[in-house]
Design a protein. Structure first.
Length: 249
């Protein structure tokens, strides 16, 4: 019989994330697709390890140019990123989350593969209200100023020219509202996606930092669209901009 006392069970931080507190880095990149999280870790991180696989929402922590970074999937839509990003901010003491996702382009200037920096996000969602965040009458929430500035400076150093502007954040992927009418919901919308508004609301709620970077995977103007396979692996400019930004935070 062993004389050693039984080990205490590790505290489970949340029902959705089994990573230990010290297994999540201060800066987290969040793609929607779990397979994209795997691809980012395998392609860019050194000495990475899988720290969460609950519900297939993979999280990996490793090193990029000596900076410890976590890459964790957030799923689709505001409720999903709302849960995962809030838990990272609140329970894992994450400082900054950079969403790296896809978007539909609303202007002829946006082409497949172009990078969008979502400086602001417009939404008619009640997500922010539900978590107690006061939203201006314009229904717009902003990326964190510091993170946005670092990203734009980094893009310039990398000789990248992302499109910087306001995105529409929708609840319904299969919306019945014509895209031309959706553009008129708020002035100067350049693209549409489904998560930035909730991420920015969580950053306000927890007094943390957030930014959303997007790659144009569909164009509402040209009707072009990337294949599912290409969406998983062809977002290199966006990912490399996010990682280069992360090491400066």
């Amino acid at each position: 019989m062993s004389s050693h006392p039984p080990k205490k069970e590790e505290k489970i931080m949340t029902p959705h994330n089994k990573a230990k507190l010290n297994q999540i880095a201060k800066v987290v990149l969040m793609p929607g697709d779990p397979l994209r999280a795997t691809w980012i870790a395998e392609t860019y991180l050194k000495k990475y390890q899988l720290v969460n696989d609950v519900r297939g929402m993979f999280a990996y922590t490793g090193f990029y140019k000596n900076k410890r970074i976590t890459v964790m999937a957030h799923g689709m839509g505001m409720p999903s990123i709302g849960i995962y990003s809030y838990e990272l901010f609140k329970f894992y003491d994450v400082d900054t989350i950079i969403r790296v996702g896809s978007a539909g382009g609303f202007t002829k200037d946006l082409h497949l593969g172009d990078v969008v920096v979502a400086a602001t996000a417009y939404s008619e969602s009640i997500y922010a209200k539900d978590i107690g965040v006061k939203v201006p009458s314009t229904n717009i929430l902003n990326a964190t100023k510091k993170t946005l500035q670092v990203c734009l400076q980094t893009a310039e150093a990398l000789q990248l020219k992302p499109h910087v502007g306001k995105v529409l954040c929708e609840d319904a992927f299969y919306s019945s509202v014509p895209w031309q009418k959706r553009m008129k919901l708020s002035a100067d919308l350049i693209a549409v996606e489904m998560e930035a508004f909730a991420l920015y609301a969580n950053a306000v709620k927890t007094n943390k930092h957030a930014l959303c970077l997007l790659t144009v995977s569909d164009s509402y103007v040209s009707k072009e669209s990337m294949s599912p396979e290409k969406r998983q692996t062809s977002f290199r400019d966006m990912i490399e901009l996010a990682l280069a930004t992360a090491i400066k935070l």
